[in-house]
Write a protein that binds this ligand. Structure first.
Ligand SMILES: Cc1cc2nc3c(=O)[nH]c(=O)nc-3n(C[C@H](O)[C@H](O)[C@H](O)COP(=O)(O)OP(=O)(O)OC[C@H]3O[C@@H](n4cnc5c(N)ncnc54)[C@H](O)[C@@H]3O)c2cc1C
Length: 417
């Protein structure tokens, strides 16, 4: 492919007429210096036009692969074109791990970090929080390095591609670990709501999957450390699944990470999809909203009350928890959060009213929408929830005074005109 034309779900046709595939940082710097409008792109997994531009798109997948493990600082430095699928098995073989992963391994790490992508776990922060340092080419073509502790670092990590094109990331490592995954079916909604924190804290990472069906929560996926006590047979009214499950009840579980309590490496259990299982094109839409975790029960009841309005568009919903961080545009900034995710049919006529009903139901809890997914909320509804927004805008202006990396999404939702 010598031109990137669409996002992964193929509903956004990029306006960009050409794609640059620089092979070196110096080549990238030349491209940036001579361009008037540019956007960096990763694996194209975002569901809105955050990565689009009328200028040129820059993909880093041709950059020379770099995986440098520093055992003294317990970090790995990688090129920004790499995906979790490419990095994780290498780390594992070397005895190291990342602390958490999202639902699939196919995003670029830089794309995941730029939008504050997350997995689950009451004490696990989102994936951007593992960044210890980064380098990016700003709009002048200069290479900027920022590390944890630098004044602007918290603004640059979840950068939405607004400050420049990240070329290198240094990530925190932990010693490799093993995980076993146990799935339960048919949890009792009232018991889940009544003991939400305890339930979500009952394993290293817990995901609830549901079609928002009345008195039941369809599934709980518990990802427990291998040496944790064995999981119980009954879990909040649910029973351990007798066979492997898909997140969508009744679908073929092919391509999901190992279940039934079988121990496996962290990277083959913390995601829901195995490496290689996700197709090149995805026929679905996604949305997700984050609210303070102490609102979890009330927010669940609010969604429950409008669930029939979701059904015409809903494929499956997922509920996860994320610990607070201090990255300025993180959807979890300053707040232990719960994320309400929705996979939708790729049918905007059905999705639009469902989203409107959902956003109205969640409004009392001041949700922050996922930067890489679909939402209708106007910026005035969520920007006040980012206390460092003015600092972020100033930082973006400093690194991109001519607006080279701006696009319609950023101007409307984040930076202003
Ligand atoms: C099947 C599927 C499952 C998903 N599961 C999860 C999940 O579990 N948790 C979750 O939180 N999200 C999830 N998402 C959303 C996804 O994580 C985000 O959309 C993420 O940004 C995708 O990464 P990407 O590499 O595709 O980035 P892209 O979508 O290509 O880009 C995202 C953003 O990163 C910027 N960017 C890309 N490269 C660079 C660079 N070099 N320098 C600076 N900025 C850059 C882009 O400009 C853009 O703003 C899922 C998406 C899909 C399709």
């Amino acid at each position: 492919m010598n031109r990137i034309t669409h996002n992964w779900a193929e509903h956004i046709a990029f306006a960009a007429a050409h794609t640059h595939f620089p092979r070196t940082v110096a080549e990238l710097q030349d491209t940036v210096r001579t361009a008037t409008r540019l956007r960096p792109i990763g694996a194209r997994h975002s569901f809105n036009d955050i990565a689009d531009t009328p200028g040129g798109i820059v993909s880093l997948r041709a950059l020379e692969r770099r995986i440098e493990i520093d055992t003294a600082s317990r970090t790995v430095t990688v090129d920004a074109g790499i995906t979790y699928a490419q990095l994780c098995p290498v780390l594992d073989r070397a005895g190291w791990a990342l602390f958490n992963l999202g639902s699939i391994p196919d995003f670029t790490i830089v794309g995941a970090v730029a939008t504050a992508t997350h997995g689950s776990g009451n004490t696990n922060r989102n994936l951007a929080a593992s960044v210890a340092a980064l380098e990016f080419v700003d709009a002048t073509g200069a290479l900027v390095r920022l590390a944890r502790g630098d004044a602007d670092f918290g603004g640059a990590v979840v950068g939405l591609g607004a400050l420049g094109i990240v070329t290198t990331l240094t990530l925190d490592l932990v010693p490799r670990f093993e995980v076993r995954q146990t799935v339960y079916h048919g949890l009792d909604f009232e018991r889940v709501v009544g003991a939400f924190d305890a339930l979500m804290g009952s394993a290293y990472s817990v995901s609830l999957f549901t079609h928002w069906n009345g008195a039941r929560v369809d599934q709980a996926w518990l990802k427990s450390l291998a040496d944790a006590p064995p999981p119980p047979a009954e879990f909040f009214g649910g029973r351990a699944a007798p066979a492997e499950s898909s997140p969508v009840m009744g679908r073929d579980p092919a391509g999901t990470t190992g279940q039934l309590g079988v121990v496996g490496p962290w990277y083959d259990r913390l995601t829901h999809a195995r490496i290689g299982a996700i197709p090149e094109i995805g026929y679905e839409y996604q949305s997700e909203y984050f609210v303070a975790r102490h609102h979890a029960g009330a927010a669940m009841r609010a969604i429950h009350a409008i669930e029939t309005q979701l059904h015409p568009a809903l494929v499956v919903a997922e509920i996860r928890t994320i610990a607070a961080d201090d990255l300025w545009l993180s959807v979890n900034y300053g707040e232990d959060s719960v994320g309400f995710h929705f996979s939708w049919l790729r049918d905007w006529a059905a999705v639009q009213p469902a989203l409107a009903a959902l956003e109205a139901a969640l409004a009392p809890f001041a949700p922050r929408p996922h930067w890489g997914k679909l939402f209708l909320l106007p910026p005035e509804a969520f920007l006040p929830r980012y206390p460092r927004l003015a600092d972020f805008r100033a930082l973006a202006r400093r690194h991109d005074p001519s607006g080279k990396f701006r696009n319609a999404f950023l101007e409307h939702n984040v930076l202003g005109p």
